[in-house]
Design a binder for this molecule. Structure first.
Ligand code: NI
Ligand code: MN
Length: 227
């Protein structure tokens, strides 16, 4: 399968006819390599409702007739806007045409920005555990380090997407500890460099991770690799 970075926490996973998109923050993202109107996908996985993750979910879902997979409360909100959704809660999973997906916990917050400094709490922040072509992929979403990541490693992981930007999520040192718990065959860092506030450095992460025996693939926005 092919993995492509669209910057921040947005990735496209292509497996045969299936095109899976994570956290489609493109409009307004200073690093987006593609316009939201050019994205083609069949499923969108939205980890939480913050603007830099919910992003262009509604527009992309509607123009592709894609299904959005997300936690219950955000699913209800999107369904009300006319989007096709599948709701889950952490620990629960679904078998879908591309394989399987399970919702995982994340330590973060989840709210909709209403403008004028107001935020509406909206369910739980999450991550995703995918099984595609027999490969297991963990997309952590926005999260702090938590030791129960060990549980997600059961059965092995072929790929992990981990936030390293710091300030709002794990920074590089905690992300290296996460690798100790997760032991993925390869890790793609995410959620860094989009703004100055996300100062975690992918080169520092790569050095520390490699020193601890882990393999890292840094993807520039627009870059792909075969898993
Ligand atoms: Ni967030
Ligand atoms: Mn974020």
């Amino acid at each position: 399968m092919r993995i492509t970075s669209y910057g921040h926490s947005c990735f496209l996973i292509e497996s045969g006819e299936h095109r899976l998109l994570t956290d489609p923050y493109l409009t307004g993202s200073p690093v987006a390599p593609i316009a939201s109107s050019d994205v083609r996908c069949s499923y969108i996985f939205c980890s939480h409702a913050h603007d830099d993750h919910l992003g262009d979910t509604v527009a992309i879902a509607q123009q592709n007739q894609a299904t959005v997979v997300t936690a219950y409360e955000l699913s209800e909100y999107l369904a009300h806007l006319g989007v096709t959704t599948l709701d889950l809660m952490p620990g629960g999973g679904l078998t879908l045409p591309f394989g399987q997906v399970r919702l995982t916990p994340a330590i973060h917050s989840c709210s909709l920005e209403l403008g004028e400094g107001r935020n509406l709490p909206l369910g739980s922040p999450t991550g995703f555990l995918f099984s595609v072509e027999g490969k297991r992929i963990y997309f952590a979403g926005d999260t702090a380090l938590f030791s129960d990541m060990r549980l997600l490693a059961r059965g092995g992981l072929d790929l992990a997407f981990l936030p390293i930007g710091d300030r709002y999520t794990m920074g590089v040192e905690d992300a290296v500890t996460a690798l100790e718990y997760l032991c993925p065959a390869v890790t793609v860092p995410m959620h860094y460099g989009t703004t100055k506030k996300l100062y975690g450095d992918p080169q520092v992460f790569t050095q520390l991770a490699q020193k601890a025996g882990h393999s890292v693939r840094v993807l520039a926005p627009g870059e792909s690799f075969e898993l």
